[in-house]
Design a protein around this ligand. Structure first.
Ligand SMILES: Nc1ncnc2c1ncn2[C@@H]1O[C@H](COP(=O)(O)OP(=O)(O)O)[C@@H](O)[C@H]1O
Ligand SMILES: [Mg+2]
Length: 411
């Protein structure tokens, strides 16, 4: 049968039509929004000016500099919390050295990216591909892929600097064997050195001491930014990102203060500023106000909770659904046993294997730890103790979570 034609034109009420016209109209180019260039605030934007990282930039540059005249250089290891400028400094310095000398080739991998370092094979294939050699997606013995990689390096006859960002993700996925191998192999003609980057300060303690000592021949620490430094970074970016005069006094300061409380995270500061601007624009406000920053903070919190939640196993989601159902039915004094009964009744329909009450109790504790629910143990004297369970997250986030659970047939 021929596919049915869609004959009925879509009808919208005039009210809906007006809303759509307003929404799209407010983004049209003749209406001035608050942004001049929003990309400047995105994660991938490489700033043309770096502030408060002179020392790290100089140190890294001097470690890598001998490569310009073809000499050996040390491996080095950059660490500090997220948003402290590690990727930015490594990118900036390695771009510059690449420009300064054609004896140097720089390659960058982000080990956290899906598909890049899921297996030793994949990573070697990816690196070989960067060096211009194709490796089939699967099928070769690992030794052979190593050989392809080494011979590709050999053929270059240069100083190769391999930046391995989020290197801790690599080790937690496939172990440190590959690092052991590539830091030990002597490759004729080409000198390979590694710039490893990690958000986890304790990462080096988790790897083979021999890998540790070769990776961290030189170490660079990235301390958290304080709120004044964050304000400098934001002010510079804000000047390019926003139209003149749209930022109300106190906006940059608030973003910086909030991000400094977190752990001096420049990415969070930039996110807050960008989202505050987006929220202002959505309200058709011509100014970004401090209250927009508060709203942005709520939104970021909510996004984070949801991100955490959707990465939980289905069993945890089912347990959370059971709790929500009980709360919705206005149950008082919710106990683990009550949650378990509701959960147990949901399992067959969801095709879940029913866990023991003890495991469910562990999952409840995990949801508590993630800040999604709050459980409080109340002593009832000689009647023993009970757990009082409440949902911890704000209403807007709850609404989004309910949606997700509904979409998964759990509510
Ligand atoms: N000193 C700085 N000057 C300007 N922008 C910075 C500075 N430090 C960080 N940023 C910006 O903050 C964001 C996070 O920095 P990034 O280098 O990705 O952090 P990390 O790799 O340590 O997690 C990026 O958008 C980066 O451009
Ligand atoms: Mg980074």
């Amino acid at each position: 049968m021929a596919p049915q034609e869609f004959k009925v034109p879509i009808q919208t009420t005039s009210m809906v039509q007006q809303t759509l016209t307003d929404i799209f109209g407010s983004y049209s180019t003749n209406v001035k929004g608050v942004f001049r260039n929003k990309d400047v605030l995105s994660h991938t934007y490489i700033p043309d000016m770096t502030l408060h990282r002179e020392q790290q930039i100089k140190t890294l540059a001097s470690i890598l500099a001998p490569a310009v005249r073809g000499s050996n250089i040390s491996n080095c290891f950059l660490y500090g919390k997220t948003g402290t400028g590690k990727t930015m400094v490594a990118t900036h310095v390695t771009h510059e050295i690449q420009k300064a000398s054609d004896r140097v080739r720089v390659f960058y991998v982000n080990c956290k990216m899906r598909g890049v370092s899921d297996t030793e094979y994949r990573l070697l294939a990816e690196l070989s591909r960067m060096l211009g050699r194709q490796v089939p997606i699967t099928g070769l013995p690992t030794d052979e892929v190593y050989n392809i990689f080494y011979s590709a390096l050999n053929g270059l006859n240069k100083n190769v600097i391999l930046v391995m960002d989020e290197i801790d993700a690599l080790v937690s996925k496939i172990g440190d064997g590959i690092l052991y191998n590539i830091t030990r192999e002597k490759i004729e003609g080409t000198k390979l050195s590694i710039v490893g980057i990690s958000n986890s300060v304790s990462f080096l303690e988790t790897i083979d001491p021999r890998v540790k000592s070769s990776l961290s021949e030189e170490e660079l620490i990235f301390a958290p930014y304080n709120s004044r430094q964050l304000a400098d970074i934001l002010n510079y970016r804000a000047g390019q990102a926003f139209e003149d005069g749209v930022l109300q006094g106190g906006v940059v300061e608030k973003c910086s203060a909030l991000a400094a409380q977190e752990h001096g995270d420049a990415r969070k500061a930039l996110d807050l500023l960008r989202i505050a601007g987006e929220l202002a624009e959505r309200e058709k406000s011509t100014k970004v106000e401090v209250r927009h920053v508060d709203m942005a903070e709520d939104k970021l919190d909510s996004d984070r909770v949801i991100e955490v939640l959707i990465n939980q196993p289905k069993q945890s989601m089912a347990v959370l659904s059971a709790i929500i159902k009980l709360v919705d039915s206005k149950a008082k004094d919710i106990q683990t046993g009550d949650i378990f009964s509701v959960y147990e009744s949901m399992c067959p329909e969801l095709g879940l294997k029913c866990l023991t009450q003890r495991r469910v109790s562990d999952l409840i504790a995990e949801l508590d730890m993630l800040g999604i629910i709050n459980t409080k143990v109340i002593s009832k004297g000689r009647y023993g103790r009970t757990r009082e369970i409440r949902i911890q997250i704000n209403n807007a986030t709850q609404a989004k979570i309910r949606r997700i659970l509904k979409d998964n047939y759990m509510l």
